[in-house]
Structure formats: structure tokens, C-alpha cells
Design a protein around this ligand. Structure first.
Ligand SMILES: [Zn+2]
Length: 538
């Protein structure tokens, strides 16, 4: 008995010491250094294909080597991602003819549009417009807007978000929380699948989760796609957005009440209909093929190396753009240099632990997240690991430099059993798990976990966010609102070591090391919850 208890103590001691050693490796100097370098002006906002990409990739490969990660792609830390950038030149004025006259929409102000193809020119001549409600075909919610109408070769106008949003009915989809069916990506994908000639989404700030500037900025800028033969064979030749006021103008001229239709479209008996309106547009497409890089390093597991836990944080940002307050470099410090620092610090901890992880741990930094998550989509489709044996993806993105947080806000709570595991680890460090205060933003579908979710891999996207330790929830929410308004995707997303407090990031790094090391070292197979739109048997 004595012998057993000594052995037991020894085991406890050795377990805690290996964790202690790993936990001791975390420090804010490392975090600050990575953020400082990656958000420096010399990287020019880390846009794919630029000198900024070359410098970013070189720095990150070097860091992975220094930390002691093995290259994830054979003998290389980087994976070529073949892409095409397309600039669509659209007319300054888009005319739509209705029964009661013509509505003229101004580019940038009223509409934005592009053609996601490598054909040129795109000519749309007198094509009928159909109002499709939310444009959703969701068997899991027994909802199909496409059932009663043929939209082949028509332009569809759809509402952003999903039917639960405007009704506040928690039994309809997920109520206020956006499901994947509410995201623009889904709307454009579905329009393509159903054979529409074009799809225009009506923008509303809260329902979309971001202001018009973010949607409208797509005009006359190069948009990226993965290079594939499908790009030449698209059915859906225009994608775009209308502002709320442009939609109201158009619907009025068609004798329709937009606000009323929003409510009707949220009801089960809604039937889409032709608006008696016709659209003409000519788009000139210019395209260029280029190759960008995903970066990844791996620590091979000692017992089950083919089972992998993935940490991810995209490296790309928006590059050099429109001048705001005298600055044109979109440094992307909080989006996403800070998350790369988070990932590196966790990688270093795994390497500092006295025991090798049992499963493998892969640290992935995808490209082209900002232009449509294309790097992570490419990685999942061409992975150096078996995606079916990928245990989980732990992603991070958009980090606030506000100091420590009491909360751990889970974006997209309720999808899988990863929630319970995080809850356990969070409680141990005296914090609490909470859901996204703005679930209507659909943030769960807006970062690199999405390709993993679509491939059946449960994912966690969580961070201290909504309850800063000293400020409390209300004041924190004000700072969050100000971040989205004044800093997100602007040149002001910079790092200032004198102003910015990295203690929260430091605590989060430790927490997500603890969380990940349980997935890596224990016999845990996270499961999907039944009500997730990504549910698959695992
Ligand atoms: Zn980001």
C-alpha cells in the first residue's frame, strides 16, 4: 500500500512537473516580439503575393524552426496554394427596369458586384429578378425557399442571415444566433448549386454582422479564388450586395414593401416570386494566376502520430489600401499577428514539456483567410495529415489587447462536446465559459475553422472577449463595439507596446495549451451535437 501511494505521488509529481515546465515557457515578451514583427510596416499589411508575404513566410518558417517544429509538408514548412485574383470592373450606374420605371444604383454607394469567374466579358442582358426570401435550402430545418420556383438563369435577391433572426423565434433555426445558412458564402454557394445566373444579397449592418464598408469595399479590388477548372464553368456569373436603402428603393418601384417582406420571408408559408424587374449589366473581368503559401509545422505524436490536433491562425491581412487618417498600411496586429503569437507560444510549450505529446500537434497558419478562407480550404483538401483522423481544430482570430478577462467567449457554442472540455479547463483557472454576445454575426463561419467544420472536424474558436477583469461586462462591450467600428480591418489595427496589454493573450495561450494538451494526451474523441448543421457520425 505504501509502495503504491509513493508510486502514485511520483506519477502526480511527474505529470505536474511536465505541465509546469510547459506552462513556465509562456511569457509576454515572446508574444510582444511576434506581434511587433508581424504587424510592422515593413510587412506592408501581409497581403498574399506581395513582398509582405515573402517577409512574413520567412519570419514564420524561421520561428517554427527555432521552436523545434518539424516541417509539415515533407521537408518544407510551406505549401503552395494556387490562386487566381480577379478584378471585376462594374458600371458606375446599374440600371434595373421595373414596371413603374427605372432605378439607377450607384456603385459603392448603392451596390457592389463582381463576377467570380475567369471569363470575360460578362454580359447580362434583360434578366428577370426573383425575390428569394433568405435563399435557403436546409433539410435539417425542413426549410426550402427553392421548392416552388425555378431560378435557372434568373438573378435572385436574397436577405442576409436566416429566418430566426428577425422573428426572435428561438425554435426557428437558432433564433438570433446565425446558422451557416445565414452567411453570404452559403447564399452564393446555394445560388450556384441551384443554377441562378446571379445572386445579390441585401445588406443590413446587424444582420450581416458588419457595416456596409466591409461588403462595399469589394468593388474594383482583386478578389481571390482557388485556381480550379470550376472557375471557368460557373453558372452564377454575378455575386454582389445591395444596400438596405437601395433595396427599399427597388422594392418600392416594384410596388413591394421590403420591410413587410422581410417578416413574410421568415414565415414557413412564404413563397418566392418574380419581381417584374429586369437587370442589365456588363462586367469586365481581368485575372491573374499567382501562388501563395500556407505555413505549418508539426510535433509528431509518440503513441498515435496519425491522430492530429490542429491549432490554426491565419497570417494574411489586407495589405496596403485606402488611406484612413493618413495611414494606408493595414497592419493587422489584432487580426491576426496576435493569434500567430498565441499559436507559437503554445507550440513552444508543447516542445518544452518533458514528455512528447501522444497524438500529433500541427500548427497551421493559412493564407487568404481575409479573402475567403481559401488557404484553410486548400489545406483541408490537400492535407499532409488524415483529415478523418483529425481530432479537433483550435483556431484563433481577432484578439483584443485589453488585459485579462474573466470570461472565455466561445464563438459558435453548442456544436460539439469540445464545449464541455473547455468548460472543465476554464473552471480550473477560475474563469467562466460564455457564448458570443453577438451570435447574429455568424463569427463561427468567418474564420479558418469553417473548412474543418465542413469536413466533419469539430472546432473550437474561443478567447477572452466579453468580460474584462477590471472593467466589467458593460464597459467591455463598449470597447468591443468601438473595436469593430474603429479598428477592425482598418490601418489603426496596430500594436503599441505602451498602450496594449497582452496579459489576456498570455492567459489565453496557457489555457488553450491546457485544453489542447488534454486532447493530445487523453483518449478523447470529441463528438458533434445532433443539432449542429455540421453534424456527422464520428
Ligand atoms: Zn482574421
Amino acid at each position: 500500500m505504501k509502495y503504491i501511494s509513493v508510486l502514485f505521488l511520483l506519477i502526480i509529481f511527474s505529470c505536474s512537473s511536465y505541465k509546469d515546465k510547459a506552462l513556465k515557457s509562456f511569457n509576454s515578451n515572446d508574444l510582444a516580439m511576434d506581434i511587433k514583427v508581424l504587424s510592422d510596416d515593413s510587412l506592408q499589411g501581409r497581403a498574399p503575393f506581395t513582398i509582405g508575404e515573402k517577409r512574413t513566410v520567412a519570419y514564420m518558417e524561421n520561428r517554427m524552426k527555432e521552436i523545434g517544429l518539424e516541417p509539415a509538408f515533407g521537408d518544407s514548412y510551406s505549401q503552395d496554394v494556387p490562386m487566381v485574383s480577379v478584378i471585376s470592373k462594374i458600371p458606375d450606374i446599374l440600371n434595373i427596369k421595373t414596371k413603374h420605371g427605372q432605378v439607377s444604383l450607384k456603385a459603392d454607394v448603392d451596390y457592389c458586384a463582381w463576377s467570380p469567374t475567369i471569363n470575360n466579358p460578362i454580359i447580362i442582358d434583360k434578366v428577370d429578378i426573383v425575390f428569394m426570401g433568405f435563399g435557403i435550402d436546409a433539410p435539417d430545418y425542413s426549410w426550402n425557399d427553392f421548392e416552388s420556383i425555378d431560378i435557372k438563369n434568373k438573378i435572385i435577391v436574397v436577405l442576409v442571415n436566416d429566418p430566426g433572426f428577425y422573428t426572435n423565434d428561438t425554435t426557428l433555426f437558432k433564433g438570433k444566433a446565425m446558422t451557416y445558412y445565414g452567411r453570404w458564402r452559403y447564399k452564393f454557394e446555394e445560388a450556384e448549386r441551384k443554377g441562378a445566373l446571379g445572386c445579390l444579397i441585401v445588406h443590413e449592418d446587424i444582420a450581416a454582422g458588419y457595416p456596409w464598408d466591409v461588403a462595399g469595399s469589394k468593388n474594383n479590388t482583386p478578389l481571390l479564388y482557388l485556381d480550379s477548372p470550376e472557375l471557368a464553368n460557373k453558372q452564377c456569373l454575378i455575386n454582389g450586395w445591395l444596400t438596405h436603402s437601395a433595396a427599399v428603393k427597388l422594392f418600392n418601384l416594384c410596388g413591394l414593401d421590403y420591410e413587410l417582406l422581410k417578416i413574410k420571408a421568415s414565415q414557413r408559408n412564404f413563397k418566392p416570386f418574380g419581381m417584374n424587374a429586369m437587370l442589365n449589366i456588363r462586367i469586365e473581368n481581368k485575372f491573374k494566376k499567382s501562388v501563395s503559401k500556407n505555413i505549418a509545422g508539426i510535433i509528431k505524436g509518440s503513441e498515435r502520430p496519425d491522430e492530429v490536433v490542429v491549432y490554426s491562425a491565419h497570417w494574411d491581412h489586407l495589405g496596403i489600401g485606402k488611406v484612413i487618417n493618413g495611414d494606408s498600411i493595414y497592419n493587422g496586429a489584432s487580426d491576426n499577428a496576435a493569434a500567430i503569437a498565441w499559436m507559437f507560444s503554445i507550440a513552444k510549450a508543447f516542445k518544452s514539456a518533458s514528455e512528447l505529446p501522444k497524438r500529433s500537434v500541427l500548427f497551421l497558419s493559412p493564407t487568404a483567410e481575409e479573402s475567403g478562407l481559401y488557404g484553410s480550404f486548400y489545406f483541408v483538401a490537400h492535407a499532409p495529415i488524415d483529415i478523418k483522423k483529425t481530432i479537433a481544430c483550435i483556431n484563433n482570430d481577432v484578439i483584443l489587447f485589453l488585459g485579462t478577462f474573466k470570461d472565455v467567449t466561445v464563438t459558435g457554442i453548442g456544436h460539439s462536446s469540445l464545449d464541455q472540455l473547455l468548460e472543465e479547463e476554464t473552471t480550473k483557472v477560475g474563469r467562466y465559459v460564455t457564448s458570443d454576445p453577438n451570435p447574429e454575426n455568424g463569427m463561427f463561419f468567418r474564420s479558418d475553422q469553417l473548412p474543418f467544420l465542413k469536413a466533419g472536424v469539430p472546432a473550437m474558436f474561443a478567447k477572452g472577449y466579453s468580460h474584462q477583469t477590471e472593467l466589467g461586462k458593460k464597459k467591455t462591450q463598449e470597447l468591443i463595439n468601438s473595436y469593430w467600428k474603429n479598428i477592425y480591418h482598418k490601418p489603426s489595427d496596430e500594436f503599441d507596446p505602451k498602450r496594449d496589454n497582452l496579459n489576456g493573450l498570455l492567459e489565453d495561450s496557457k489555457l488553450f495549451y491546457r485544453f489542447g494538451s488534454r486532447l493530445v494526451n487523453e483518449d478523447i474523441y470529441p463528438k458533434w451535437n445532433r443539432n449542429s448543421e455540421f453534424y456527422v457520425e464520428r
